[in-house]
Design a protein around this ligand. Structure first.
Ligand SMILES: Cc1cc2nc3c(=O)[nH]c(=O)nc-3n(C[C@H](O)[C@H](O)[C@H](O)COP(=O)(O)OP(=O)(O)OC[C@H]3O[C@@H](n4cnc5c(N)ncnc54)[C@H](O)[C@@H]3O)c2cc1C
Length: 312
């Protein structure tokens, strides 16, 4: 059987990895020029910066095995189990699961998983349906991306189209700010609660382990929605918020802005993926709670179901 996977985020790559390892003929089509999707680590200010996902957690046993391989290869490291919570002018610690980071940026983990796979970049897929992607034939078609992106590709009236319809996804605008020196209190990352501008701030130098004085701030969905047509317009409000919340008084030497129109889905789904009898399948972090680990599990579980000949 030939499988076409659309999307080289961790869900699509995990799916293709499992299929390829089982001897299945699989190709991945990606519109971007790099793998990773929302695990994005572009080079900004002379180094990689995690502009999408901030970190990952590890609960699933199968995912833990993959993470062990990344750790052994020096690609991933346990970062912190304690984040800060900033709320109403106060700061408190919040202990939780170990958060993992990647010295080379989170996208490097997806690149490692994709090693040796047939990934075709710069292919912005326009149409996918039973047995085909943009006119190319396939036994099974996997759409591994946020629901609104997949919805644009599938034929109306198909089972996949009805599964995808009507689910809201929240946006985020990420502002990356590079400073001459670190002038904020020691901080791994902080959840910002009840704030009109920010939802999370991370110290990218602490996260990546090179101590670069770089902050990465994620806006609230409300602010990102208001600035959908002008993402860079959030920068003054974000810098004001960093001053208020962290006491950052100097202006950054540079800023960079990334808009994520579909950062995370509203609500969660019970099913880990969709595999229709018509050979159109759906995977990603929309299937379960929206996390890196969920996306990996979704893609991997879908591949296992395809290999076993199951459908949902
Ligand atoms: C700002 C932000 C913060 C986050 N923080 C965290 C966090 O701290 N911890 C955590 O675990 N998770 C976090 N997440 C969520 C995490 O990034 C996702 O759960 C995970 O990366 C989803 O992977 P995916 O493969 O399902 O989708 P994606 O990574 O979105 O991959 C989809 C891929 O499909 C491609 N694509 C889409 N349409 C087409 C098309 N028509 N043709 C070809 N290719 C196409 C895209 O370019 C992309 O590469 C965060 C996400 C964002 C945006």
């Amino acid at each position: 059987m030939r499988v076409i996977v659309v999307g080289a985020g961790i869900a699509g790559v995990a799916c293709a990895r499992r299929l390829a390892d089982a001897g299945v003929d699989v190709v991945v089509l990606e519109r971007d020029l790099v793998v990773g999707g929302r695990m994005a680590s572009p080079r900004i200010g002379g180094r990689r910066v995690d502009t999408g996902a901030a970190y990952f957690t590890v609960r699933d046993e199968g995912f833990a095995d993959v993470v062990s391989e990344w750790e052994a290869a020096g690609l991933a490291r346990p970062w912190t189990a304690e984040l800060a919570v900033l709320e109403g002018g106060s700061r408190s610690p919040e202990r939780g699961p170990m958060r993992w980071a990647a010295p080379g940026g989170l996208a490097s983990l997806v690149a490692a998983l994709a090693d040796g796979l047939d990934v075709r970049f710069g292919h912005d897929v326009r149409a996918a349906g039973p047995g085909h992607v943009d006119g190319e034939r396939a036994h099974t078609v996997v759409l591994a991306m946020p629901d609104p992106q997949a919805e644009r590709l599938v034929e109306p009236g198909t089972p996949a189209a009805s599964v995808l319809a009507g689910r809201g996804w929240r946006p985020v605008i990420t502002v990356v700010a590079g400073f001459a020196q670190r002038e904020w209190p020691e901080l791994a990352a902080a959840f910002v609660n009840g704030h009109p501008v920010l939802s999370l701030v991370a110290d990218d130098g602490a996260r990546r382990g090179d101590d670069a004085p770089v902050l990465v701030a994620h806006t609230t969905a409300g602010l990102a929605t208001a600035h959908a047509a002008d993402p860079a317009g959030v920068v003054p409000a974000v810098l004001d918020a960093l001053r208020d919340l962290l006491g950052v008084r100097t202006s950054p030497e540079w800023v960079d802005v990334r808009h994520w129109p579909h950062a995370a889905p509203d609500g969660t789904r019970e099913e880990p993926f969709h595999l229709g009898r018509d050979g159109v399948a759906l995977a990603g972090d929309g299937w379960g709670s929206p996390r890196i680990e969920t996306a990996w599990r979704s893609g991997t579980g879908l591949a296992d179901a395809m290999i076993a000949g199951r459908s949902t």
